[in-house]
Design a protein around this ligand. Structure first.
Ligand code: NAD
Length: 460
């Protein structure tokens, strides 16, 4: 091999070796560069605001961590804000609807755990179009009959104003509607004029039980005369239809049996009951004087003995007397020999009759009562049986079979009618109305109510 050739081979060897070394070095250095870049990126420091207005120095890794923390925080903040909005919305709802939520019984039972205890819940009422919705005044609406009528008219979707002086009425009869948008209560004595704008008036204000109306006879007369004039005057002024609650007492101690609307009655004008009986007779006379003279649209309901929940336990009426005495194991007081008769209608039947009468075109007086007549003594026996058949485990249980032991006969009251039974043919033919609650069913519901009320009043 010649020398130049050896040099040439050596040169090539050196050249390739150097090329390889250089290439490797470059690769190595570029990967290192990448690593360095990454490292630099990772440890690049920045000053950031940590959301609490503190400025902190963080590197990129911390920044990414911070970013994900921020995202979590952001989600939590949104969730918190949504909760707050929800709370504000329900508070607004409460304020706007005067703390009122309308639910039906079914909803209340299903969601009782979720319904807040500081809200007032109402039973669902019908929603009427503006053209059908009436504004109705009930005088004496906090009393026994008035409060049931209030329930009915509100359920039917009307607006109702109750005017009552609470002489015999009670807030507890109507408090379940306090706060309802369709209900308004006026503490008002109707002996004074009343100025309200209404479409209909149910004029019920008057004490109705003998002890109540005899307690202040002059006031009873004033309420039924001056009060009725005020209500008729109001009806005339605003063009409202008015229904006046009269009574079977206008027949007095009747010489005709059963009593139809054409019977003029047999009333002692100066007896202890006359403040009520004559008061109601004047109320009827006034009503028809206004109808004739002022062309007023009037209705007159002659109501016979009515009973049911919300009667006052101490109102002296025979049903409430007997039930509260029987529940308290006291003898039942009968005035006279107990052979005098009465006919008792349950409250829901009366309410149906009143509403039908108001909506009818009939303007003459109409009897509303249950024609099933029974003696007062029989009524006492039925009540004793009903009350004590429920008292199975009662130690003081009375023996209903031996009734005389549990009835206290006292002397008859002056002017107490001997017989009372309505002829309801007119109501049946004109209003297509007939009472449909039996005495046993009605008494059972009333006894349940009295048990509850007496327990409550005795703190039980
Ligand atoms: N319940 C019956 O068996 C019966 C029978 C016949 C007639 N009625 C008539 O029905 C109407 C209602 O009777 P009730 O059984 O609900 O009697 P109630 O005593 O329970 O109710 C009468 C209501 O009228 C109110 N009132 C009395 N005087 C008032 C006045 N001056 N101003 C404002 N409010 C006054 C009372 O506070 C009470 O809320 C009465 O007109 C009564 O004559 C009832």
């Amino acid at each position: 091999m010649t020398l130049p050739r050896i040099f040439y081979i050596l040169f090539l060897f050196v050249f390739f070796t150097l090329t390889i070394i250089f290439t490797n070095y470059h690769n190595l250095s570029s990967s290192k560069q990448d690593d360095d870049d990454q490292q630099r990126e990772r440890y690049k420091y920045e000053v950031i605001n940590d959301n609490n207005n503190n400025f902190v120095v963080v590197n990129n890794q911390q920044q990414q961590q911070q970013q994900s923390n921020n995202n979590t925080k952001l989600f939590m903040t949104i969730e918190k804000l949504q909760n707050e909005i929800e709370q504000l919305r329900s508070r607004l709802e409460m304020i706007e609807s005067k703390n009122v939520v309308v639910v039906d019984d079914d909803q209340r039972n299903r969601h009782s755990d979720k319904l807040s205890s500081n809200r007032k819940y109402f039973q669902k009422t019908k929603s009427l179009p503006y053209s059908e919705k009436k504004r109705i005044l009930i005088t004496g609406g906090a009393g026994f009959v008035g409060s049931h009528l209030l329930d009915r008219l509100l359920f039917d979707g009307h607006e109702v104003i109750v005017a009552d002086n609470f002489y015999t009425g009670r807030r507890s009869n109507i408090e379940h509607w306090f706060g309802h948008p369709n209900f308004e209560l006026l503490h008002h004595d109707i002996v004074n004029p009343l100025y309200v704008e209404v479409d209909e008036i149910y004029h019920l204000a008057s004490p109705a039980s003998p002890p109540h109306y005899m307690m202040n006879a002059v006031k009873t007369i004033k309420t039924n005369t001056m009060g009725t004039i005020n209500m008729l005057g109001l009806a005339k002024r605003v063009g409202a239809r008015i229904l006046v609650a009269s009574t079977s007492e206008i027949y007095g101690d009747p010489a005709v049996h059963p009593q139809s609307e054409s019977y003029w009655g047999n009333v002692n004008p100066i007896g202890p009951r006359s403040c009520y009986d004559e008061g109601k007779r004047v109320a009827e006379a006034l009503t028809y004087a206004y109808a004739k003279q002022e062309n007023l649209n009037v209705r007159v309901a002659r109501i016979f003995n009515t009973y049911g929940p919300r009667m006052h336990a101490n109102d002296g009426r025979v049903v409430s007397n007997f039930i509260s005495q029987a529940i308290q194991h006291k003898p039942l007081t009968i005035y006279g020999n107990g052979n005098q008769t009465r006919s008792f209608q349950y409250i829901s039947d009366l309410i149906e009759g009143l509403v039908r009468l108001m909506n009818s075109n009939y303007s003459q007086p109409i009897n509303l009562g249950n024609p099933d007549e029974l003696t007062i003594e029989n009524l006492a026996k039925i009540i004793l049986n009903l009350v004590h058949s429920d008292n199975q485990n009662d130690n003081k249980k009375q023996q209903p079979d031996n009734h005389h032991k549990y009835i206290d006969y006292q002397s008859a009251k002056q002017d107490d009618p001997r017989r009372r039974r309505p002829d309801i043919n007119l109501a049946n033919s004109i209003l297509n109305w007939y009472p449909n609650i039996t005495l046993i069913d009605g008494l059972s519901k009333t006894i349940d109510y009295f048990r509850f009320e007496l327990k409550r009043s005795l703190g039980g």
